[in-house]
Each structure stands twice: as structure tokens, then as C-alpha cells.
Design a protein around this ligand. Structure first.
Ligand SMILES: [Zn+2]
Length: 507
């Protein structure tokens, strides 16, 4: 016996079975119940959300022979219903707009439409991908829509409603089919698996529903492939094998190495992943999603439903990992991964690009968090000749939430008022005096008691190299393109190349 794909076997047969399009189903039922069925409908929505399924249900409702008039509960057993289910009814004609773009097909349709239906109440034309019709075909269709015979109904479906002429749209009742929610797809998959008597890990079902991205058809076709591979139980490992996607643990480990700033480990892990046959782009995508999950967990709490993982062990690790990064770094990492995916697609030299991008991320924590950098700089300046703030170049900056950032003006100005509050108090004068002497003997800078603009301007280069000498090489690198533009009451404004200046730290 040949295998019928799930999407066909489990296609909804009645309005009440429809998944995820309850509003449209209810409105159509109301129209039938109150005898207000329109002459023409336009169903819009992305692929696999149930447009054709709904068109067939509507056709059955209008033509079911078990009733004397249109019904909201077609029997699905009469000759008409059965034929419509198969897409082979003589009165319900399905036309694929994509392969019948020419005007001749529509002319034929118009001539044919004059004749009454063979056995049912209505002659129904279901035109799929109607936006593909040629302009002359649309014109011919418009004439029929303007003066439709009483016994004719049109149901048109399209993924691109903006390509359907306004003149056509204005003569149709339009229904926008929404993308089906992940939970709705997951519930339907569970139901089907139960009927198929196949066991599946809950984690896998959620993952498949997520990958379906709003399309029931895509979800079912993925499930079809999994069923053809599985022997006893559907597992997340099977899905990883099918898609060539990395296992979640591997991604968590990779992200951990990035968080630790261990470039060597990152490169070795990338090598291992590529050895397993993973594509660079797939790895980049998985990492991007992972960073997104961490960002969501940081902001919505570790138990948020917006992150899809049901393995409690994994969630625990991700919760810990979310604390390793701050929001600014995660946002930065997500953007870098997006850029990376684009350049891998464009260049083909995926591996080098992937490694370069990930090494960049290992350093990102030191480069991306402007606020931490500014904080260090402020500490240095406000302490004058105080002690070193940074123990060494590898020291991890304190985590600061990017929520503290307050954007001003055109967005290129950052205020670090929050940083000001948290810095250490200047050293008492005596101690400061003491260290000044010892530092001076080592040839360090000796700023005046009260800092002023002229001093900062004149000594800018030295201030920068001083940072480097104190183990803040990354801060020096970051501030290299900047010039001090204003010093006012403890706030230093820096001008960066191409920017109008950057509000810096306070007292
Ligand atoms: Zn019927």
C-alpha cells in the first residue's frame, strides 16, 4: 500500500476541524447560516496555513448533497463531498494560477461558467496562487466578477495579495489567514502522533512545531520525514540528524567558550562541529538563536515561555549562561551572527568567516560594552593618580545592564550617568599624595588637582597610553579614534569619527 502524506491524510474536513483559523471559519459559518455567502472570496496568507483546505470546506458546505441548502456541517460522505475532498469534483474546479497564467484559460472558464452545475447547487472555481495570472487574464476574470451568474462562486487564494489588482480585490470578500501559532501546530502534531500510535519526545514535537514557522503543511512534511526514519520513538537526536542541525548541548558549550573569551577553545569546537558535517551557516543560525534565547531569558526571566526548551537541565545551564553576558553583548552577538550568515551565503568561504566572527565575539565583551569601558576611564580620571583599577588585561569587566543606557539626541550620544554613581570614591588626599610620588618616579602622568579641558586636550595621547600601561589596552583601542571636545563639571564629551560627540562620565 502506498503511503499518503500526513498533510493529505489529516487535512481538516469541516469548519470545526480547522486548525488556527478559527475566526475565518466562524465568519464563513455565519455567512452560510444567514444566507449571506458572497460571490467571490480572496483568501490570503503564507503557504501551508490552510487556504485551500478552507476553500474546499466552503465548497462542500455550499454543495453538500445531504442537505437541501448550504450547510455549516457538510456530511463529508455524499458524492459531492467525497469528490471535493479529492479535488476532483465536476462542479468544483480547482485551477492553479501559477500554471494557468494566460488569458485563454480564463476565457474558457468564463464560457464554461455560463452552464449550470452538473449535480450540485453551485459551480465553484477555486483559483490557487491567483496573483500569478497575467494582466489580460485578470481583465477577463474581472468581467466575470462584475456580472457573475447566480450559480457561480469564486474562491481565490494567494500568498501575495499585493499583486492582486485592486479592481479584483474590491469585488471579493477578503480573509487574511494568519500564521498558525506554534502551540496550535504542536497540539495538532501530538494528536496525529497519537493516531499514528507513534511515541515522540515532547521536546521534539515543540521543535518541529517551531521549525514549521506558522505553516501546518511544513510541520507535517517534517513529521513525515521523521516517521520514515524512526523505528520506535521520535527523538530530538533524530531531528538533528535529519536537519543536520547541531545538538543544543554543543551550542551551549560553544557559547560558554565565547563567554569565557577562550578563542582557542572556540576554534577547536567549531572544528569538531564542522567535522560532524554541519554547515557553517547552520551553526551560525543556531548560535544566533541561542543568543536570542539568552537575551529573552535575561529580560523575561529564566522560566519564560518565549524560550522553547523543555529539558530542565538545559534550561538551567542556559539560565546560568544568561548571567555570563549582558544585554549589550548579546545584542551585539546576534547582529554579528546575522552579518555572518549573510556573508557566508555570499562568499562560500564559510569556515574562515565563521571562525573570524566567533573569535571576534570572544573579544566582544571587552569591546562592546561601552559603559564598562567608560566606567573604567572615569575611575582612572577621577582618581587622578589613584591605584590601578584594572588588575590586568584579561580581567573581566563588571556586568552592567544596557538598560542603564540613556540615549540622547540622535542616538549617537550615550549618557553614562549610572556609571557615575557606581564608581569608587576618590582616594583621600594623603594616600593620593603618597601614590602620586611613587607613580611619578615611574614616569606616570601627574594631572592637576582640578582637571580642566586644556590639560585633558594637551595630554590626550598620554592619557590614552597611560590606559594601556595600566592594563586597559582594550579601552585605549576603543578610545583611539576619539578626541576630547568638552570638559564640563566632571563630564567629558568625546567626539568620535563621524559622530557629533559622546557624552561621557560624570564626577
Ligand atoms: Zn456531503
Amino acid at each position: 500500500m502506498s503511503y499518503t502524506v500526513l498533510a493529505r491524510r489529516y487535512r481538516s474536513r469541516t469548519f470545526d476541524e480547522v486548525v488556527g483559523q478559527g475566526a475565518a471559519a466562524q465568519t464563513l459559518k455565519n455567512a452560510i447560516a444567514t444566507d449571506r455567502v458572497a460571490h467571490a472570496y480572496l483568501f490570503t496568507g503564507t503557504r501551508g496555513v490552510g487556504k485551500t483546505t478552507m476553500a474546499r470546506i466552503l465548497a462542500k458546505a455550499l454543495n453538500c448533497q445531504a442537505f437541501d441548502e448550504p450547510t455549516t456541517q457538510p456530511c463529508c460522505k455524499c458524492e459531492s463531498c467525497k469528490a471535493i475532498n479529492e479535488g476532483e469534483d465536476m462542479d468544483v474546479l480547482e485551477i492553479d494560477g501559477a500554471s494557468h497564467t494566460g488569458v485563454d484559460h480564463i476565457r474558457e472558464l468564463r464560457q464554461n461558467a455560463i452552464y449550470r452545475p452538473a449535480r450540485a447547487r453551485f459551480k465553484i472555481y477555486i483559483i490557487d496562487e491567483v496573483h500569478m495570472l497575467s494582466p489580460s487574464a485578470f481583465n477577463a476574470l474581472l468581467k466575470t466578477l462584475e456580472e457573475p451568474p447566480e450559480h457561480v462562486k469564486f474562491i481565490m487564494a494567494t500568498t501575495e495579495p499585493n499583486k492582486v489588482p485592486a479592481t479584483i480585490q474590491s469585488r471579493c470578500q477578503r480573509f487574511d489567514f494568519r500564521n498558525i501559532r506554534t502551540e496550535e501546530i504542536a497540539a495538532q502534531l501530538q494528536k496525529i502522533l497519537a493516531e499514528e500510535q507513534m511515541e515522540a519526545e515532547e521536546q521534539l514535537v515543540r521543535r518541529v512545531a517551531h521549525l514549521a514557522n506558522g505553516s501546518m503543511r511544513d510541520g507535517l512534511s517534517l513529521l513525515d520525514q521523521l516517521l520514515s526514519m524512526a523505528e520506535e520513538k521520535l527523538t530530538a537526536g533524530l531531528l538533528a540528524e535529519l536537519l543536520g542541525t547541531p545538538r543544543s548541548e554543543h551550542i551551549v558549550e560553544l557559547a560558554e567558550s565565547i563567554g569565557q573569551g577562550d578563542a582557542g577553545k572556540v576554534i577547536r569546537q567549531v572544528d569538531a562541529a564542522l567535522e560532524e558535517g554541519l554547515a557553517s551557516e547552520v551553526l551560525a543560525e543556531a548560535l544566533q538563536e541561542h543568543f536570542r534565547d539568552l537575551m529573552v531569558m535575561r529580560n523575561c526571566g529564566p522560566d519564560t515561555e518565549l524560550v522553547e526548551t523543555n529539558e530542565s537541565g538545559l534550561r538551567q545551564r542556559m539560565t546560568e549562561q544568561a548571567e555570563m553576558f549582558d544585554d549589550a553583548t548579546l545584542v551585539y552577538n546576534i547582529t554579528v551572527m546575522e552579518e555572518l550568515r549573510r556573508s557566508i551565503r555570499a562568499s562560500g568561504s564559510g569556515r574562515a568567516l565563521l571562525e573570524a566572527a566567533l573569535v571576534r565575539l570572544t573579544a566582544s565583551e571587552r569591546f562592546s560594552d561601552t559603559k564598562v569601558l567608560l566606567e573604567q576611564m572615569q575611575g582612572y580620571l577621577s582618581q587622578g593618580e589613584g591605584k590601578d583599577l584594572s588588575a590586568g588585561p584579561r580581567e573581566r569587566p563588571r556586568q552592567v545592564s544596557s538598560r542603564d543606557y540613556a540615549a540622547e539626541g540622535g542616538g549617537s550620544r550615550l549618557s553614562a550617568a549610572g556609571a557615575a554613581k557606581s564608581t569608587e570614591k576618590p582616594q583621600p588626599a594623603q594616600e593620593s599624595q603618597e601614590s602620586q610620588e611613587s607613580q611619578e618616579s615611574k614616569g606616570f602622568l601627574k594631572p592637576p588637582q582640578t582637571l580642566n579641558q586644556t590639560y585633558i586636550r594637551e595630554h590626550w595621547k598620554e592619557i590614552l597610553s597611560e590606559l594601556s600601561r595600566r592594563g586597559m589596552k582594550h579601552l585605549e583601542a576603543y578610545l583611539q579614534p576619539a578626541q576630547p571636545t568638552e570638559w564640563n563639571e566632571g563630564v567629558l564629551k568625546l567626539g568620535f569619527l563621524g559622530h557629533d560627540g559622546m557624552g561621557l562620565f560624570g564626577r
